[in-house]
Design a binder for this molecule. Structure first.
Ligand code: FAD
Length: 381
């Protein structure tokens, strides 16, 4: 049984794994170079919506649905452990069609998901506008996903951090991991800005920065699997207290709006390769505004109160990287969550902790093992 684990990175992935390990009695040290939960996990929109953009059922889809289904119990447990309400909102999500092409896309998705036995409804323009009167009169039809939910991801990070501390995890903020060292083919220690830390095992959960971490082995250096940053921008509006513009999360094929309990409306997003630059750009603002106004024209009259951008961690095949390194025993990855890290938090925490504490890979994690990228890379040579 592994007794000591160092978790690198205090976003939702690192925090979820650290909490689960600490709850199981493992001594955990979490190393965060800046402040907990202030990168992608802070920038996210908090949607738990595996069905909304899915046109086929595969292992990733099933994994994502299982993680969504874990949310009600996860939210209850976090409330019990910390008193923090992560604002799990089960109103559901609407997906609007504005053009013939959008209509065809909706029909395709509806038929494919109904065929797979999933819960999805097809609504006429009148039906969807009866649910949400502020939607554009130009809407032609819509899908309703009753099981596409949302959480307040900033409260989720706060709750996870409190839960980690309460379960006994040591948290080192303002501490940068500079390299990971192996002794032979086994994890040995982490060099940090505050000295060397040794442990039985280490989990790399540094989000978009995960592959920047040098891994030192006796005969030189080794690379972590490639994870690249993909920028997403969000604009935030004030809807006004007591009269939300919309009560569902609402998507179109081009953008989305997400209402928050405190009267904010988030509008997103962009998907851009811009290195590690977290700027909000004029082009991003124009596109997001246009897509939000297409969904609900009254957005134009709302006061914009905030804006931000975050970096999603994307592996080469856009799937999460969850499992042990192929080269170094007891070095684990919990990263590459790309557009779904909030959704995948409960299952990431539980299953990566299972793997570390039992030494056995839980079946649902197998498709996301780092080994698949090692295999893909060796094929590419
Ligand atoms: C605009 C936007 C909208 C999104 N919307 C959604 C959504 O609706 N639903 C959803 O499920 N997902 C969404 N996502 C994706 C989600 O935010 C990410 O998948 C998730 O937050 C990744 O979590 P993480 O912990 O891996 O990374 P991060 O939250 O980025 O955390 C990584 C942490 O590691 C730390 N770190 C990095 N390097 C080091 C080092 N060397 N030493 C120590 N610490 C280090 C960083 O400081 C950071 O705190 C969205 C993302 C964006 C940008």
């Amino acid at each position: 049984m592994i007794a000591d684990v160092i978790v690198l990175g205090g976003g939702v992935a690192g925090l979820a794994v650290a909490r689960e390990l600490a709850l199981r009695g493992v001594r955990v040290t979490l190393v965060e170079r800046a402040t907990l939960g202030k990168e992608a996990s802070w920038a996210a929109a908090g949607m738990l919506a595996p069905q909304v953009e899915a046109d086929e059922r595969d292992e990733f889809f099933d994994f994502a649905c299982e993680s969504r289904d874990a949310y009600p119990a996860f939210a209850d447990a976090l409330r019990e452990e910390t008193g923090v309400d992560i604002e799990l909102d089960c109103t559901g999500t609407l997906y609007l069609a504005f053009t013939e092409e959008d209509d065809r896309e909706c029909l395709r998705r509806f038929e494919c998901q109904r065929g797979a036995g999933l819960i999805v409804e097809r609504l006429t323009a009148e039906e969807v506008r009866a649910l949400e009167p502020n939607l554009s009169p130009r809407v032609r039809s819509a899908l309703r996903f009753p099981r596409a939910w949302a959480v307040e991801n900033r409260k989720l990070c706060d709750a996870l951090a409190r839960a980690c501390r309460r379960a006994g995890a040591e948290i080192l903020e303002g501490t940068e991991a500079r390299s990971v060292s192996a002794d032979g083919a086994r994890f040995a220690s982490v060099e940090t800005s505050r000295g060397t830390l040794g442990a039985d095992a280490c989990v790399v959960a540094c989000g978009a920065w995960s592959s920047r971490l040098p891994i030192k082995v006796s005969d030189g250096a080794q690379e972590s699997p490639a994870v690249e940053p993909v920028r997403g921008q969000i604009l935030c509006y004030a809807m006004g207290a007591g009269a939300p513009l919309v009560s569902h999360v609402v998507y179109s094929p081009r953008g989305y709006v997400v209402p928050r309990r405190d009267g904010r409306l988030l509008a997103g997003t962009t998907v851009e390769r811009a290195g590690f630059d977290k700027s909000v750009t004029d082009e991003g603002r124009r596109a997001i505004t246009a897509h939000a106004v297409e969904i609900a024209p009254a957005v134009e009259g709302l006061r914009q109160t905030d804006e931000w951008a975050g970096l999603r961690p994307r592996a080469d095949d856009a799937l999460p990287l969850l499992g042990m390194s192929t080269e170094i025993e007891n070095l684990f990855y919990a990263t590459g969550h790309y557009r779904n890290g909030i959704l995948l938090a409960p299952l990431t925490g539980a299953l990566v902790a299972d793997l570390i504490t039992t030494g056995e890979t839980p079946a649902p994690l197998a498709p996301f093992s780092p080994a698949r990228l090692a295999r893909a890379n060796s094929r590419a040579v």
